[in-house]
Write a protein that binds this ligand. Structure first.
Ligand SMILES: Cc1cc2nc3c(=O)[nH]c(=O)nc-3n(C[C@H](O)[C@H](O)[C@H](O)COP(=O)(O)OP(=O)(O)OC[C@H]3O[C@@H](n4cnc5c(N)ncnc54)[C@H](O)[C@@H]3O)c2cc1C
Length: 467
């Protein structure tokens, strides 16, 4: 980059890490400042005080079309830390397992044979689902005031198709109830997971704790003349004349440019400590319109193996996903005991329920799927309620999601809530970091591209997408 500029990146989540790594690689001197003692933000791991175990704040998964995130793993030399799966097991009490997996047919029909055999659905359900998915073959519908629950009713979906297909996939992917989800973003999930290509729809699961995965950024940045300051909470930002002065309680940082890579609520909290202008007032008004949705993770350690499945979608229950961490993370393998993590997305109904009641509920529901639970001893448990997990991707929220340009010259915005075309995900955050890095470079006269193209359609999807 011309003149090797200095950049302060505030926030060490996926957005800040991506921006910092891209800019350091391009020759900038970067200071990455993070309030917590580790990197990763909402995708991190820590030693749980009650159990002494290192746990992820919640199981995080990606899909094959998360191209910016996969590019970040490439930069961090972490691609080997992701295990990929293209078989999805759906379990319903009293029904044989449904396995959805790609076969030999070209996209968008690659999973149709397994879908035709799926015991979880009747013929009427399958016809309804196929007809609903066909609406997304040519592309994504525009973001209108309609919510996805309304769209499903308008397109004649059966009760079981909604309860066992549309809802479990979408609530897990977008962490919101169907009547609060934009049709545009719902369509994006289904088009990319089920239609675009087998590669786009496969699921990636980190094989190491999240802070270990994203902590690799520390060495990456230090090797590129840059600095990472943990336990550094920023309290104010002021202009210096030629750049910006960023202050924490015990230290100040100066730089030519700044990237604010915060969650929407942290951005709103910092705004009063930044220069005030008409655009910052508008940003504050927009930030006030974002809303949170919670996710609950239930961690259970048993004295024996409960299942040989690595993961499964659980239907007709409160628990939505089972992740068998003993099989997914090598660090948890090698003993008779086993460690499962259960995830409940959009878990509003659990927020005020006690942790013990949540564990009891999980144990009851698990026995419906895995009889071994009934005779196993539960050694320890942890319940992590992330009340501010993600923002709700409501209809027309895109109208107020900002671009990287901020109300202040030389300051750029990143974070999963900015206008990336993606919902609140690790990919949205990584993409926002690259977008902010690119906007910053351009402002310095460097036309370099950091943004990563989306995956192209394959098979017959090329024809549908072109028509
Ligand atoms: C429980 C849960 C489950 C999820 N599951 C998935 C999943 O399976 N797949 C997926 O793709 N996404 C998932 N997500 C969403 C994903 O984690 C987020 O979208 C993404 O991590 C957001 O990254 P970010 O960098 O935009 O924001 P954040 O991760 O919030 O990063 C912002 C950082 O700024 C720091 N900060 C805040 N204020 C200050 C300050 N004043 N000074 C310095 N630092 C500050 C914070 O500590 C934080 O580290 C999940 C999220 C949660 C919470």
């Amino acid at each position: 980059m011309p003149g090797a500029k200095s950049v302060t990146v505030i926030g060490g989540g996926l957005a800040g890490i991506s921006a910092a790594c891209a800019l350091a690689d391009a020759g900038c001197r970067v200071q990455l400042l993070e309030r917590r003692p580790y990197l990763g933000g909402r995708a991190s791991s820590y030693e749980h005080p009650g159990t002494g175990e290192v746990i992820d704040n919640c199981q995080h998964v990606l899909i094959g079309c998360c191209t910016a995130l996969i590019d970040l793993y490439r930069r961090l030399d972490a691609t080997d830390s992701i295990r990929w799966y293209d078989r999805f097991t759906f379990l319903a009490p009293g029904t044989k397992p449904t396995v959805i997996a790609p076969g030999s047919l070209p996209a968008p029909f690659h999973s149709s044979l397994s879908f035709l055999r799926a015991p979880a659905f009747s013929i009427a359900d399958k016809l309804a689902i196929a007809s609903g998915l066909s609406m997304f073959l040519r592309g994504l519908p525009p973001d209108t005031p309609e919510d996805f629950a309304h769209w499903l009713r308008r397109h004649g979906q059966t009760r079981r198709a909604i309860d066992r297909f549309w809802k479990p996939v979408l609530v897990s992917a977008l962490n919101e109830d169907l009547d609060r989800i934009s049709v545009h973003y719902a369509a994006k999930v289904f088009r990319e997971s089920f239609l675009l290509s087998p590669q786009a729809g496969r699921m990636g699961i980190p094989a190491v704790p999240l802070s270990q995965l994203y902590g690799r950024a520390i060495d990456y940045l230090r090797a590129r003349n840059s600095e990472v300051c943990l336990r550094t909470s920023i309290t104010g930002i002021a202009p210096t004349g030629s750049g910006w002065l960023v202050s924490s309680s015990d230290r100040s940082f100066t730089s030519d440019a700044v990237i604010l890579a915060l969650s929407f609520e942290a951005m709103a909290a910092l705004l009063p400590a930044m220069p005030h202008n008409a655009a910052s007032e508008e940003l504050a008004a927009h930030l006030a319109q974002f809303e949170h949705s919670p996710i609950t993770g239930i961690h259970l350690w048993f004295d024996r193996e409960i299942t040989t499945l690595d993961h499964a979608v659980l239907l007709d229950t409160t628990i939505q996903w089972m992740f068998n961490k003993s099989r997914l993370q090598p660090a948890h393998r090698g003993s008779e005991a086993s460690y499962l993590e259960l995830v409940v997305s959009a878990s509003k109904s659990l927020v005020s329920v006690s942790r013990q009641q949540i564990v009891d509920l999980a144990m009851r529901e698990l026995t419906w799927f895995f009889p071994a639970v009934a005779s196993a001893s539960l050694l320890k448990s942890a319940v992590v309620k992330e009340v501010r997990a993600t923002y709700s991707i409501r209809p027309e929220l895109d109208r107020i999601r900002p671009s990287p340009a901020s109300p202040w010259p030389g300051i750029f915005l990143a974070g999963d809530w900015t206008a990336t075309g993606w919902p609140a995900t690790m990919e949205g955050a990584a993409r926002s970091g690259y977008d902010a890095a690119e906007a910053l470079s351009r402002s310095l006269g460097d036309p370099r591209h950091f943004t990563i193209p989306e995956l192209p359609p394959t098979g017959l999807m090329r024809l549908f997408s072109a028509s």
